[in-house]
Design a protein around this ligand. Sequence first.
Ligand code: NAP
Length: 248
Amino acid sequence: MELYGLIGKKLEHSFSPGYFTKKFRELNLDADYRLFEIDTISKLPEIIQENKNLRGLNVTIPYKKDVLQFLDKMDHNAKQVGSVNTIKIDWRNDIPYLTGYNTDIIGFEQTVVPLIKERDIGHALILGTGGSAQAVAFVLNSLNIDFYFVSRNGNKPGILAYNNLDQGIISRHKLIINATPLGMFPNIENVPDIPFNSIGINHILYDLIYNPAETRFLKKGRQNGARILNGQKMLELQADASWKIWQE
Ligand code: NAP
């Protein structure tokens, strides 16, 4: 039986096991998807050695960067972004050979392109500067969309602080992406501190969070007439992309 899995610190609300178990059933595959909840990434080699049928892993918070030290090779895009959410494991004479990929890039690109199609979005704002914000930035660069990061430690070149966001900036940046965990279950009351009263019908608010389906960030955008999208489709597309990589 082939084994796939997810490594991370807290995995109780993970989307992946249900998603892959359903996929295996549909494909009539003798495969399993297991959660590996670890308190330190140094446990990774042990997990791999103990599971010689392991073919692929997804990686989630907080190990997307820490995992790089264990890889034999990284795909070009993952290297650019500096984080990995998918590992392909090839066994060569009982020795595992690990290649890292970042399928958040694929998931975000495939969802943002149709969203901005035929719309004059001007520039973009990426809220947060963490791993997923870097993947979003990589895609926006590849699409030639100018952007600023917005950070709690902003007010430096390329990075705004939340208190820099006035009406003028919001009106010039029509695509606003929440790449922070603010508003994610169970802390659903949280919301990024941006002036929502400057958001209008020409704005697009994209939240990478998928639980809840409508965060306060998206709700406030919708109430001001903006087009909104949550992270569910991105999540599904990044999982599809991982599966494709494991099958190559
Ligand atoms: P992360 O590495 O922990 O970074 C999030 C960034 O958010 C931080 O670097 C920080 O930027 C900012 N931030 C953190 N706490 C904050 C707070 N209390 N107030 C304001 N800003 C705060 O997380 P991540 O891996 O990038 O993930 C971010 C979100 O995206 C999560 O909710 C995750 O579930 C979601 N996500 C979704 C998908 C998908 O497929 N839909 C994929 C990846 C991630 P500053 O320090 O610069 O302010």
